[in-house]
Design a protein around this ligand. Structure first.
Ligand code: AP5
Length: 215
């Protein structure tokens, strides 16, 4: 099964993708994570992407579509793919069609996480992750079970993203409204879109997604 999780910054795409990976053995293809890894490694792609990401703007379509194509080749044909944060423009949606066809895959669902943008600022500015294993947490909505200790790997080292400040978040949301939301009708016309209330608690959002994938 191949699905797209679509929604503005902080909608919960990464949170739900993590769960689908651990519960269903699917593979998460997050262009944001791939770009952050490239920045950290100081690759040519990372060097180009850093300033764009720090400003909350979109990295070029060619770069992100190449990352997705490479990852699909690397993961092989057997596991389902969760596209998280991709596609984000009409050009990327077109590229994804071609990439999926080249890999003998088809899209099964586009899950739109519908959210209230003002609440997202609180979600994003409260977000932090384990610096060792990447497990995600939130100051208010998802604290580690033991304060200061990662539930997954036991590390005491946490980090926050440089683009998770209010000003950059507002730019990221404006980019979503201008360039990403307009691709929904492409998938609606194909009957692929299901809308989920992304403001519900994390477990309820997960249950709603499961119902779509199993329905
Ligand atoms: P990217 O990494 O994709 O960031 P984003 O789309 O802004 O999404 P986020 O990761 O911020 O949010 P999310 O929806 O995954 O939310 P999460 O689950 O963490 O992109 C970063 C940058 O990279 C872009 O700005 C751009 O520059 C570049 N880029 C990436 N892809 C690109 C592309 N395709 N084309 C061009 N450029 C690209 O949840 C947020 C917080 O809320 C967490 O703390 C979580 O615990 C909490 N939470 C989640 N769900 C709930 C809930 N239901 N209730 C309460 N709290 C919740």
């Amino acid at each position: 099964m191949n699905i797209i999780l679509l929604g503005p910054p902080g909608a919960g795409k990464g949170t739900q993708a993590d769960r689908l990976v651990s519960e269903r053995g699917m593979v998460q293809l997050s262009t944001g994570d791939m770009l952050r890894a490239a920045v950290k490694a100081g690759t040519p792609v990372g060097l180009k992407a850093k300033a764009v990401m720090d400003a909350g703007e979109l990295v070029s379509d060619e770069i992100v579509s190449a990352l997705i194509g490479d990852k699909l080749t690397e993961m092989g044909p057997d596991k389902g793919a969760i596209f998280d944060g991709y596609p984000r423009t009409a050009a990327q949606a077109e590229s994804l069609d071609a990439i999926l066809e080249a890999h003998g895959r088809r899209l099964d669902h586009v899950v739109e996480l519908a959210v209230d943008e003002d609440a997202l600022v609180e979600r994003i500015t409260g977000r932090f992750t384990c610096a060792v294993c990447g497990a995600g947490y939130h100051d208010k909505f998802k604290l580690p079970k033991v304060e200061g200790t990662c539930d997954v790997c036991g590390s005491h080292d946490f980090k926050r993203r440089p683009d998770d400040n209010e000003e950059t978040v507002r730019t990221r949301m404006a980019e979503y409204r201008a360039k990403t939301a307009p691709i929904l009708p492409i998938y609606e016309a194909r009957g692929l879109v299901s809308r989920v209330d992304g403001m519900a608690p994390i477990g309820e959002v997960g249950a709603a997604i499961d119902a779509i994938l199993d329905g």
